[in-house]
Ligand binder design. Structure first.
Ligand code: O4T
Length: 477
């Protein structure tokens, strides 16, 4: 086929002409530290787009990045990512792996190493065939969670439960993901949850919290700038690896004693296939286990809050869920019969994108907003700002799942899981967990909240509410 003519780069404005958020990188970094701006990173980006336009350049210490707001610029960026897409590395995570001589999982790998692990994992973790195998496991845990709420309500004389659910949601996502990954129940939904698994959840939170301040510091510097922060970070990582290693060891032990006849989770499939060395399986299983807790729990909390303060949306979803359940029993068919519920999840991730940006280094020079951006420049799509931009979404503040079910073109507007071959590998696991969880909750309870005011959000490497909302659950007879 004839090669499309390259856009006339010569007419584009030079890279140096891109508007900048501040003149000096080190002054900017100092300001960020002094004013503790990291938790507000998403709001700062939004304000920069409002002041500087749909493209601007941010330098923070050694970090130098072009920020993009519009879907069409995201499209150009992703079309230049090549076959080994790359995002910003996390120096403190890589420093830990090097220090402890651990292998990296797909999140931290790049190039051929990334691609060979990713292609093997895709079959079990994100492919439709792989997803269909672990769906029933997630459904069982979602049913158990709804039952655990009924159990709490039966304890109350008032036939309702008003609760800050965020710790229970972390237990749900870890219980569900661990069952799909290891084929094993942790017992986190029991009356007195397993303390060791609870400790793992707290460790993942500590690790994520201590990642943020270290994110923009060059590796050599970070351990001297704040030694306690560095030590807490390393200790959290060591605890995460210890927990994951225990899960992996006892599956491996059982596996050596006799191969399972029926499907018993993602890790067993990886062992059966013998395509990936054990230390690579361990590195990837650690990422999948630790990466499955906060990332999925937070969007569930935001969704429950939005359904509580938008009762008409909640009712419409409940009707859809009830109709879907009646028509077909097969799980993947039921899930395909709930377009409005899928829209609600997209709506939550539009307003509360867990990762707040998607980053890439283009493999060739690109023209973005008529500026010439050289190959290898760090470029980020500001998901939080895009999701709330009136240029991209009509009436952006409105929580309206039906905006995703119409004929309207939504290409490059739903980027919360990233894009292309390097998109979130946990996407199907997260989507299934959230869909099944919400399906059982909507079937069993009415959700209410006293405060209808917008939730303030903070960025702690994961986007989360500043204060978790109080939610009231009333059983539907
Ligand atoms: C929040 C968002 N950031 S992102 C990737 O968009 O910049 C994100 C999305 N999906 C997964 C994650 N993970 C974690 O939370 C996590 C914890 C511990 C480990 Cl060993 C590995 C991870 C990963 C990177 C899988 C994080």
């Amino acid at each position: 086929p004839a090669v499309a003519p390259k856009p006339p780069i010569s007419r584009a404005l030079p890279f140096e002409a891109i508007p900048r958020s501040s003149p000096n990188a080190w002054v900017n970094l100092y300001q960020f530290w002094r004013t503790n701006s990291f938790p507000n990173f998403h709001h700062i980006m939004q304000k920069n787009f409002q002041n500087l336009g749909p493209i601007y350049r941010e330098t923070l210490g050694t970090y130098d990045s072009v920020h993009l707001l519009l879907p069409r610029d995201a499209a150009v960026l992703f079309q230049s990512e090549g076959i080994f897409p790359r995002r910003m590395g996390i120096n403190s995570w890589i420093a830990h792996r090097t220090l402890r001589n651990h292998k990296c999982g797909v999140f931290l790998l790049n190039g051929e190493d990334w691609r060979s692990d990713r292609l093997i994992l895709n079959k079990e973790v994100i492919s439709p065939v792989g997803t269909r195998k672990f769906l029933p496991f997630l459904n069982t845990v979602a049913e158990d969670f709804a039952e655990s709420i009924h159990r709490l309500i039966r304890k109350n004389a008032r036939r309702s439960l008003t609760v800050d659910l965020h710790r229970d949601l972390f237990r749900f996502t870890l219980e569900a993901s661990s069952y799909a990954l290891y084929g094993q129940r942790l017992g986190l939904l029991d009356e007195n949850p397993n303390p060791e698994s609870q400790h793992f959840i707290d460790t993942v939170e500590t690790m994520l919290r201590t990642t943020l301040p270290l994110l923009f510091l060059p590796p050599g510097v970070m351990r001297w700038v704040n030694n306690k922060l560095w030590r807490d970070h390393m200790e959290a990582w060591d605890a995460i690896f210890k927990h994951a290693d225990k899960c992996i060891q006892n599956i491996y032990q059982e596996f050596c004693l006799g191969q399972p006849r029926k499907y018993s989770g993602i890790m067993a499939e990886l062992l059966l296939q013998e395509e990936m060395p054990l230390d690579s399986i361990k590195a990837n299983m650690t990422e999948l286990t630790a990466g499955s807790v906060d990332t999925t729990a937070m969007p569930l909390l935001f969704t429950l809050f939005e359904l509580a303060r938008n009762p008409q949306v909640q009712t419409a979803l409940r009707e859809e869920v009830k109709a879907a359940a009646v028509s077909s029993r097969e799980l993947s068919k039921v899930m395909n019969d709930m377009p409005l519920l899928k829209g609600a999840i997209k709506e939550t991730l539009r307003l509360y994108p867990v990762g707040i940006t998607v980053q890439r280094y283009p493999m060739r020079d690109v023209v973005l907003q008529n500026y010439c951006v050289p190959a290898g420049t760090l470029c980020q799509v500001g998901l939080y700002a895009m999701g709330r931009s009136p240029e991209v979404f009509r009436d952006p503040e409105r929580y309206d799942p039906s905006r995703w079910t119409g004929k309207e073109d939504s290409s490059f507007k739903a980027l919360a899981f990233g894009f292309g071959s390097r998109q979130c590998i946990g996407r199907r696991l997260a989507e299934a967990e959230m869909t099944l969880f919400l399906m059982h909750i909507l079937r069993n309870f009415k959700i209410d909240t006293v405060s209808k005011a917008d939730l303030k959000t903070v960025y702690g490497f994961i986007l989360m509410p500043e204060k978790p909302p109080l939610l009231t659950f009333r059983p539907i007879d």
